[in-house]
Design a protein around this ligand. Structure first.
Ligand code: MN
Length: 139
């Protein structure tokens, strides 16, 4: 696993999450890995922030006040302007229905909150790397 902070420093991650303790924990973890972190605690402000800031990756909860995470993801992934931004759905429920929802809204990855954090950081790094490679190739 790469722990090279310098390559992360220009990468910005948006966390859309209404569970404050989970949000704080993720923010700390990402910041210490060198990422810039922005946060929203409901679906609609998360969507607006994503459109405004165009982050390098979005960590998205499904059960959110205002607008469901599934809807937030669709609004971004079915819009050419934002479809390139990798979305990682993070859910507390281990439900088949959620995994299907994640697929149908074109999320790039789907993980359950109890997953080992080192693996999460690896997934995040890989998604960002893949997205920036795609963008470079499309230029
Ligand atoms: Mn939630």
């Amino acid at each position: 696993m790469s722990a090279d902070k310098t390559t992360n420093t220009n990468k910005r991650i948006l966390i859309i999450e209404d569970n404050e303790s989970f949000m704080k924990m993720m923010r700390m973890r990402l910041k210490s890995a060198g990422y810039k972190v922005i946060c929203a605690n409901d679906g609609l402000s998360g969507l607006n922030l994503a459109r405004q800031k165009k982050p390098d990756l979005i960590i998205l909860d499904l059960m959110l006040p205002g607008m469901h995470g599934h809807q937030v993801c669709r609004m971004l992934k079915f819009d050419k302007q934002y479809a390139h931004i990798p979305v990682l759905i993070f859910t507390s429920r281990d439900m088949e229905k959620d995994a299907e929802l994640a697929k149908s809204c074109r999320a790039d990855a789907y993980v359950i909150k109890t997953i080992n954090s080192a693996i999460v950081m690896e997934i995040i790094g890989d998604l960002i790397k893949r997205a920036s490679t795609l963008q470079t190739n499309n230029r």
